[in-house]
Design a protein around this ligand. Structure first.
Ligand code: UT7
Length: 315
């Protein structure tokens, strides 16, 4: 498959580190050096499905196609106000189209998992155009009095339209299942029959262990996928790393021995927007005119599961 267009959409409200320190025992001096984050976009009066639809519309326009040409929507989302129907179906409804649509919950690597799925549909000849939408509102998952977690996240949506082609060189998905490292739980509707202990728990994250997992698996995934593609790291134009923490990105870059300019970053103004982070970064870089035809991009992302994924895409 090949990339035809990208789009993104962000909530209006931007919350700076100084804003957080008004109600939380934290400050810019702690947050910025440890994470690279200065501010994040946070949902206030917006609906996530509207951000997802806006990102999708922009990607469709950028691709120069009609929404009716889309054969499949894969939506990556951890949580939103709807349990059912899927966010993908709501986006299809908003776009006025009736193609198959579904959601995947693969946390932060969701964009790469979605690309891998889309690739299988293209290879089986079932589709000619696929829309991937990644829309996340982690600000609704966290405990806003837990300073070790809430300062890290931001909301948003990123989308990409793919058509037939040979530009997705490879994908690699991997899992190291460990549900305790990052999780959130909520109690479902009561029934007359439930007699077990259940609890609602905002997002819990073991930051240091996740940090180590992220750097180790990303370096391994990138090294393996480049070997599979017969590419040297120097032949890659840009490494599009999940925007979780600038120090994670720096750790990956240093271990690979590569220059800073190959690692675009927008975490300063976004924080970690889970699976939306890679397609938002892709859209911002594309709209800034950074890519030329034939450039090689390597995506790498990691998160709850624990899951990780990587992909090589020629633009
Ligand atoms: O998509 C994947 C999702 N997850 C991640 O990417 C997270 C990966 N992990 C990280 O990015 C880092 O582990 C963090 C940024 C979350 C934390 O950095 P750290 O250097 O591992 O700090 P820490 O959790 O070990 O905390 C060090 C100190 C503690 O104080 P004491 O116990 O040493 O007195 C914390 O209480 O920093 C304190 N602290 C804070 N202080 C001010 C933790 N959060 C804050 C805060 N403001 N926001």
């Amino acid at each position: 498959m090949k990339l035809l267009g990208t789009g993104s959409s962000l909530p209006r409200t931007q919350v700076s580190n100084d804003d957080l320190s008004k109600f939380l025992d934290t400050n810019d001096e702690w947050i910025y050096p440890r994470t690279g984050i200065k501010s994040r976009h946070v949902i206030s009066d917006e609906k996530l499905e509207d951000l997802a639809t806006d990102a999708a519309r922009k990607a469709i326009a950028d691709a120069g196609i009609e929404a009716s040409e889309i054969d499949l929507i894969i939506c990556s989302n951890v949580v939103n106000e709807f349990i059912t129907p899927s966010l993908g179906c709501i986006v299809a409804y908003n776009l006025g189209i009736s193609c198959p649509a579904y959601d995947i919950n693969c946390a932060c690597p969701g964009f790469i998992y979605a690309m891998d799925m889309a690739d299988s549909f293209f290879r089986s000849g079932k589709v000619r155009k696929v829309l991937i939408v990644c829309a996340e509102e982690p600000s609704r998952m966290i405990n806003w009095s837990d300073r070790s977690v809430c300062v890290l996240f931001g909301d948003g949506a990123g989308a990409a339209v793919f058509g037939e082609g040979d530009n997705l060189r490879a994908t690699r998905l991997s899992a190291q299942p460990d549900p305790d490292k990052i999780y959130e739980k909520h109690v479902l509707q009561p029934t007359p029959y439930i007699n077990k202990e259940e609890e609602t728990v905002p997002m819990v994250m073991h930051g240091r262990e996740v940090f180590r997992f992220a750097v180790t698996t990303s370096v391994r995934d990138i090294t393996e996928i480049l070997a599979e593609c017969g590419l040297q790291p120097s032949q890659v134009d840009y490494f599009m790393i999940h925007q979780a923490n600038q120090r994670i990105m720096d750790g990956i870059r240093e271990r690979l021995g590569l220059p800073r300019e190959k690692f675009p970053s927008n975490i300063r103004d976004h924080g970690n927007s889970s699976s939306a982070s890679c397609p938002i970064l892709l859209d911002e870089c594309k709209r800034a005119g950074m890519f030329k035809k034939g450039d090689i991009l390597v995506f790498s992302a990691f998160g709850a599961g624990l899951l990780s994924a990587t992909a090589v895409l020629e633009v």
